[in-house]
Write a protein that binds this ligand. Structure first.
Ligand code: SF4
Ligand code: SF4
Length: 350
């Protein structure tokens, strides 16, 4: 069922929804950007339609609502611990198609990984309903079509905002009553069919090709360019790595809370083991790990889709202007080169 609402009716709809849901959407935070006098757009709780940024991609992903950058897991004293409380009210998350598809990836990692369910993810994720927002084609870092994340299926509502109000489609009956008395209209959401950017994902099913790619000189470029800051993974729609940290409240180290804090495979020391041994000790090694994880390993493990949804936020947030789409296309060329060399009876490309 479709609807067309003017601004007052849009505000009324959000009021009705807010009685039962915590509503999250992209929101502007003035002067909090990376550069002086710039804003940042990130997901946060909203109360009114004018808080929603519907015409610009957010700098940070929707995953922050479900798996925040940091969260308290439990509180402890010398004698006991108490689990952090879960919010009772469900969440309505207004997000872009890539952000909604990204939750299929996060579900695999947090909820289906070897039969282990992450309690802290699960208790929020189970309470989330998605409203997909029209994204108008994205920007020059998006490649959702190449990654097949442009048409999500796991949503309950579809919203298209403009200056005149809101067009909406209700695909989940549990939201029908909120639209009582609202003007009906024909509306079917349209999804992006083509991005300016196209990414070629190479076939890496051959082990010899993967081994040769591991030592390909293309990764050395990142030893100089990448400063290992981790901004790309913090902004990523699908990255899930975290570490834990104990915060003590006073002088007594036995009273405080344990927090889960986002970690990054791009930061030096991420994989350091006993004896100071690091598996990936250069920025190039770490970049190769990230790219192969996003464009081969995840799919090889879980079988359904690549880990990257093509949101382009890593490119947008990189202070060194490292583009993930250019890197993957470079990798595709390197793989062609390796395959030709192997077919010629040659060894690994040096
Ligand atoms: S790797 Fe980059 S483009 Fe892919 S999902 Fe993460 S942030 Fe988006
Ligand atoms: S790719 Fe860019 S954002 Fe990511 S760690 Fe390197 S410099 Fe930082």
């Amino acid at each position: 069922m479709g609807y067309s609402l003017n601004p007052d009716q849009t505000a009324e709809l959000l009021n009705r929804l807010a009685e039962d849901y915590r509503i999250y959407a992209p929101k502007r935070f003035p002067k909090q950007g990376r550069y002086s006098d710039t804003d940042i757009i990130r997901y946060d709780r909203i109360q009114t339609p004018d808080e929603i940024v519907w015409d610009q991609k957010s700098d940070y992903p929707a995953k922050e609502v479900i798996s925040p950058i940091q969260q308290a897991l439990f509180y402890f004293t010398e004698d006991e611990y108490r689990e952090s409380k879960k919010a009772k009210k469900p969440v309505l998350l207004l997000a872009r198609p890539c952000d909604i598809t990204a939750q299929l990836v996060q579900e695999k990692i947090y909820a289906e990984n070897g039969g282990f369910k992450d309690l802290y993810y699960d208790r929020v994720h189970n309470k989330v309903k998605f409203a997909v927002m029209d994204c108008g084609g994205g920007d020059d870092t998006c490649f959702c079509v190449s990654m097949g994340s442009n048409k999500p299926e796991n949503y309950s509502l579809a919203f298209k905002f403009d200056e005149n109000g809101l067009k909406a489609e209700v695909s989940d009956d549990c939201f029908a009553d909120y639209f009582d008395g609202m003007p009906e209209d024909d509306f079917t959401p349209e999804f992006v069919e083509e991005n300016e950017l196209k990414v070629t994902i190479p076939d890496l099913s051959d082990r010899d090709v993967r081994l040769a790619l591991k030592s390909h000189p293309m990764w050395k470029e990142f030893d100089k360019r990448c400063i290992s800051c981790g901004s790309c993974t913090v902004a990523c729609s699908t990255c899930t790595c975290f570490t834990t940290r104990d915060i003590c409240y006073g002088d007594n180290p036995e009273v405080g809370e344990r927090r889960r804090v986002t970690a990054s495979c791009q930061v030096a020391g991420f994989d350091q083991m006993a004896g100071q041994r690091e598996i990936r000790s250069t920025a190039g090694d770490r970049m190769r790990y990230k790219i192969l994880h996003k464009f081969h390993d995840h799919k090889a493990r879980f079988g359904d889709r690549h880990m990257c949804v093509g949101c382009g936020r890593c490119t947008h947030m990189c202070p060194e202007f490292i583009s993930i789409s250019a890197t993957v296309n470079k990798m595709a060329d390197a793989v062609d080169e390796i395959k030709a060399s192997l077919a010629d009876g040659g060894n690994h490309v040096e």
